[in-house]
Write a new protein. Structure first.
Length: 351
């Protein structure tokens, strides 16, 4: 178990960076590498009560990964006996980063995080990184609109210590600001209301489902047809995730009157206040019936109106944000969604 303790290093480092630091008091923190036997319970408890933690940072979600996929090097930050931050991450070739295949990560912190403690947390992680000899750090956070309390302070502290922010990834979030489904519909672009009416007239039905294998076949056909790629996750990994997180993962589909799936999406209910939609797919032979309009409206109504959750429709960028899908952005924005940046922070360390 690797640890790193600091006292007033944060104040000293800030002064060395030419900041005039006023009112900074000594904070002693200890950084500890995650140990499954020692820390699992404390980690899971902290994510539940943190200001910006979510399902993707829990150990039970991360357990779906094959053991040889990466070298886990997650960190916990303690102030005395009190856990004040955790960071799910991996290391490879002198680099430390948020786990691959996770959409929401970064430093999870307490909701009432002070600026002083935020600075001390970042300095403590930096000190740990330098002791390890890491030369590059990368942290990827949830979109701003999903972040909850604490995230702004920790991202600010990262900027203070020289981390560069990548703000090119844009997500569309349907916020729980509509009292009724009619209010939601009124916020849609007219093309959405027209497409939804067409799907309703065709007798299409929006519902939850457990037909994961049938949906996965449709998804694979979609991705191969449009992008010549396979899903990031395998069907076997999906079934493992369903075992590990049975209450948080839902499949929603649109079917014909004869019960044929013509559209679907997976939704991860990542926290008490947020849900994240993944893997939208549709049968393009039935595209004229506009099943995707019914699917997106059904999700928006269920989560934002009836369950008071912020619904993330996903980012509109790909390939490290070098690909920007403006058409997809336009489609998502037409559902009365709010744009939100998913920020990542990087730092190169000289050795």
């Amino acid at each position: 178990m690797k640890t790193h303790k600091i006292g007033d290093e944060a104040g000293e480092t800030l002064s060395a960076l030419d900041y005039e630091v006023l009112g900074f008091c000594e904070v002693e923190l200890e950084v500890v590498r995650y140990d499954e036997k020692l820390h699992r319970r404390a980690w899971e408890d902290f994510i539940r009560r943190s200001g910006n933690g979510n399902l993707f940072q829990t150990r039970r979600f991360l357990d779906y990964h094959p053991v040889d996929r990466f070298v886990d090097h997650s960190l916990l930050v303690y102030q005395g006996q009190r856990l004040v931050a955790v960071c799910a991450a991996e290391e490879s070739n002198g680099q430390w980063s948020s786990h691959r295949f996770t959409s929401h990560a970064g430093l999870a912190v307490q909701g009432d995080l002070s600026t002083q403690l935020a600075l001390a947390i970042v300095q403590s992680v930096l000190g740990y990184a330098k002791n390890r000899g890491w030369t590059f750090l990368m942290l990827r956070f949830p979109p701003d609109a999903l972040s909850g309390n604490g995230q702004t302070a920790i991202q600010w502290a990262l900027g203070v210590f020289g981390f560069a922010a990548n703000t090119r990834e844009l997500a569309w979030i349907i916020m729980p600001t509509h009292a009724t489904e009619q209010d939601l519909l009124a916020d849609y672009h007219h093309s959405v209301r027209r497409g939804l009416k067409k799907s309703q007239n065709a007798g299409l039905i929006f519902r939850s489902s457990t037909e994961y294998d049938d949906y996965w076949t449709l998804l694979e056909l979609n991705l191969e047809r449009n992008y010549n790629v396979a899903p990031t996750h395998s069907l076997e990994e999906l079934h493992r995730l369903l075992t590990l997180c049975p209450d948080e993962i839902k499949l929603w589909v649109v079917t014909t009157p004869t019960n044929e799936i013509v559209a679907g999406a997976l939704v991860f209910e990542v926290s008490q206040s947020a849900a994240h939609a993944f893997y939208f797919a549709q049968d393009y032979e039935c595209q004229i019936l506009r099943p995707m309009f019914m699917l997106c409206h059904g999700l928006a109504s269920h989560y934002s109106v009836h369950n008071n959750k912020r619904l993330n429709l996903g980012v509109i960028t790909a390939r490290g944000a070098s690909e920007i899908n403006v058409g997809l952005s336009r489609f998502k924005s037409n559902f009365g969604a709010t744009p939100s940046i998913r920020r990542s922070f990087t730092l190169s360390i000289e050795v």
